[in-house]
Design a protein around this ligand. Sequence first.
Ligand SMILES: [Zn+2]
Length: 386
Amino acid sequence: MLELLFLLLPIAAAYGWYMGRRSVRIRQQQSQQTLSKNYYEGLNFLLSDQPDKAVDLFIDLLQVDEETFDTHLSLGTLFRKRGEVDRSIRIHQNLIARPHLSLEQRDLAMMELGKDFLAAGLYDRAEEIFLQLVKDPDHSEESERQLLSIYQATKEWWKAIRVAKRFKRASRKALMPTVAHYYCELAATETDSQAQQKLLTTALKTDSQCARANIQLTRMALAEGKEAEAIGHFERLCRQDGGFAVELVDAMETAYRNLQRLDDYHEQLEQLLSKEGQVTVLLALAKLVEARSGVEVAQQLILAQLKRQPTMRGFHRLMKMQLNLVDSDQAKDSLILLSDLVEKQVRLRPKYRCQSCGFPGHTLYWHCPSCKSWGQIKRIRGLDGE
Ligand SMILES: [Zn+2]
């Protein structure tokens, strides 16, 4: 009996092997059947003009393994760039949920998921991810940059400053003008005048070329009636690069006048005009010259500058001056008509433009609403600008 059982053993093994193979084949067949069913369903969606449903189905069909990991990652990024953030979140979350991913692959997928959350405006979830990744040397700088974007969007300036200070030396240096803007943002929301002043001074220590800090300091001093102090800040602004002094040229006239320092004002305007050549400076100077030396000298000044650098606003002022000198009514009417046309045109044109992305506008934004760069929006130069 026992021998018989031994004899049956190879048959039992062979049967087991056969049954095993059969069940694998059946599973494969079932899986292939599901795959082809889904595939045809996807095709059906495509043909019936429902590409969204088709894309979702094909994403589900794509198995995550060593070879398709990069495809999944790129597909998710592609969806995010197209603005389809819910899809990119789903793909990246699906990737992270795979148990067999390497640590490096998981971090890469986490980085992309963080960017998805940021794009979707889910700042707290994005922050959580980047705060984890920032500890990893391979992803720290990228995570720090993403954290900066989050804190800028949520206006958490102190947090942004702390992150900026963590950057490696070379990148930190390049970030300093931006950090100076963070201090200016803090100053703008501060109600205590002394604290405000301290923040603006820190902005200037962070970036000595921060024109915004000097503009804010000048405006503060003017509002508090400290005209001598305002002139000090304004003159420091005039020595800075970027041509931002033009923002305060008209507002400063009264301060110089009240302190009987119009000669200094005159000198400052002349220096600014030779440095930047902006028409706002020219017109302020012409106004001063007209009051002091008469209309003809002022006209000569404008004409000389217009020959070097023609601007619509310069021509407009010249036409206004001519109006008082013309006797004939017909000539006067034509001049008025022409002057009104030019004025309308000038008023319609945007005054500012971002040097980075070209975003135009009538207001000076320190943080470009379009490309998010700092301090790049400046007065437009040229015929219909400065
Ligand atoms: Zn821009």
